[in-house]
Design a protein around this ligand. Structure first.
Ligand SMILES: NC(=O)C1=CN([C@@H]2O[C@H](COP(=O)(O)OP(=O)(O)OC[C@H]3O[C@@H](n4cnc5c(N)ncnc54)[C@H](OP(=O)(O)O)[C@@H]3O)[C@@H](O)[C@H]2O)C=CC1
Ligand SMILES: CC(=O)[C@@H](O)[C@H](O)COP(=O)(O)O
Ligand SMILES: [Mn+2]
Length: 383
């Protein structure tokens, strides 16, 4: 039996991970749960799964959870340090990193340092400090198993092949809810419209990133480090049906893809159960009913955000971290009605070009660069 710490348990990935646990026939035990401030849902989850410890980043929420759980309940830790501490608990075998944003980096790094297998949903960890984390994981002999659907697909399609045999990685993108919207209409897009993803039900930040295509840019950076592939050999293909989750093109021209219904419980269970596979009893892929699968090139004129990720990789060092921080701030401003949809990518581009990148020597340095990007973006949004 594998013992899990699910960090971000109250979010889209966290809730689906607990559904995977429920369907797994007792293969997993929930040893720890963590969230930001949603004490009520965390307490409900703790009552059902009886972890040894839980944590809430928000101290007031942690106090509420302690009151609700009462004596005899799990230990309730608080603050960022409490969340990070769960990643290295002795009772934990696998850490599912499913916190949203740069806030997930410290606990991912702590899990690696503690020698835990990591199921990585939090792509920002790789964006902020991918080179550093992969080096430490190799030194510690830690497996980082991708949960992001595209990276899970690439991991499965690589099937142990050697890097010299790989010509290109092909990351598929749905194109998001605004794929067919003309350029002239994009500035007036409302948060409600941008939040209507055609295929996936996800947290707000990643859904807006899907709409701008920044999500695909962040995924290029994630793939660059997870699979140690030069960014010039990572291409994006728009595939509105989200059935082909990504592909690997080999030097002999053969292309291997992973297909499946658009349901994150697939990649989550793959990472948690790896190297085994478990039956989930989810709806099967029905290709005759789908009839056809379509593909097109991404449009950098309407959706320039994904190009910024290639630019950040070219700049190197702290540039991806600064881009990620700027994007978090710009997306929050858009959701709060403080900037337009098209301003998100403009602000990110301005911040990236204002940066003097430095090598990323530590997690703290990566977080500082992300904070710098966030502050720069906030200033530009306000100005
Ligand atoms: N949703 C999806 O289908 C996919 C998501 N991902 C990635 O997975 C990650 C999670 O995404 P998603 O589940 O959609 O996000 P959600 O916004 O739905 O959930 C975020 C989770 O993180 C918790 N959280 C937020 N801030 C903190 C913090 N400072 N400390 C501890 N916990 C915190 C939230 O707690 P609370 O509820 O209390 O705020 C919540 O449990 C992201 O990095 C995303 O890019 C990748 C591929 C697909
Ligand atoms: C489910 C998942 O992995 C998301 O990251 C997804 O890729 C978002 O959809 P887009 O392809 O629209 O960015
Ligand atoms: Mn993805």
């Amino acid at each position: 039996m594998k013992r899990l710490a699910i960090l971000g348990s109250t979010g889209s990935i966290g809730v689906q991970a607990l559904d995977v646990v429920a369907r797994s026939g007792g293969r997993f035990e929930v040893a720890a749960l963590a969230a930001g401030s949603n004490a009520d849902l965390l307490v409900e989850q703790a009552r059902r799964w009886r972890p040894r410890a839980v944590a809430l980043a928000d101290p007031a929420a942690a106090r509420r959870a302690r009151e609700l759980l009462g004596p005899g309940g799990p230990e309730v830790l608080e603050g960022a340090a409490g969340v990070t501490a769960l990643a290295s608990l002795g009772e934990v075998d696998v850490v599912l990193a499913a916190i949203s944003g740069g806030a997930g980096l410290a606990s991912t790094a702590a899990a690696i340092e503690a020698g835990k297998t990591v199921g990585l949903a939090n792509k920002e960890s790789m964006v902020l400090a991918g080179e550093l984390l992969m080096r430490r994981a190799a030194e510690k002999g830690v497996a980082i198993l991708p949960v992001d659907s595209e990276h899970s697909a690439i991991f499965q399609s690589l099937a142990g092949h050697q890097r010299p045999h790989v010509r290109r990685l092909l990351l598929t993108a749905s194109g998001g809810p605004l794929r067919t919207v003309p350029a002239a209409e994009l500035a007036a897009v409302t948060p409600a419209r941008a939040l209507k993803h055609p295929n996936w039900s996800m947290g707000a930040k990643i859904t807006i990133d899907s709409a701008t295509l920044m999500n695909k840019g962040l995924e290029v950076i994630e793939a660059r480090w997870l699979f140690d592939v030069d960014p010039r050999r990572i291409d994006i293909v728009v595939h509105p049906e989200s059935i082909v989750h990504s592909m690997v093109e080999y030097v002999d021209g053969s292309v291997v893809a992973q297909l499946g219904v658009s349901d994150m419980r697939g990649p989550i269970s793959y990472a948690l159960a790896w190297p085994e596979r478990i039956p989930l009893e989810l709806p099967a892929l029905d290709l005759p009913r789908l009839g056809k699968l379509t593909f097109e090139a991404p449009d950098p004129a309407r959706f320039p955000a994904f190009m910024l990720a290639y630019r950040a990789l070219e700049l190197g060092g702290t540039a991806p971290a600064a881009l990620s921080g700027a994007d978090e701030a710009a997306v929050a401003a858009f959701l709060a009605g403080r900037c337009s949809f098209t301003r998100i990518a403009e602000v990110c581009a301005e911040v990236l070009e204002a940066l003097a990148p430095e090598p990323v020597g530590s997690v703290e340095q990566a977080l500082a660069a992300s904070d710098w990007g966030r502050r720069q973006a906030e200033r530009r949004v306000a100005g």
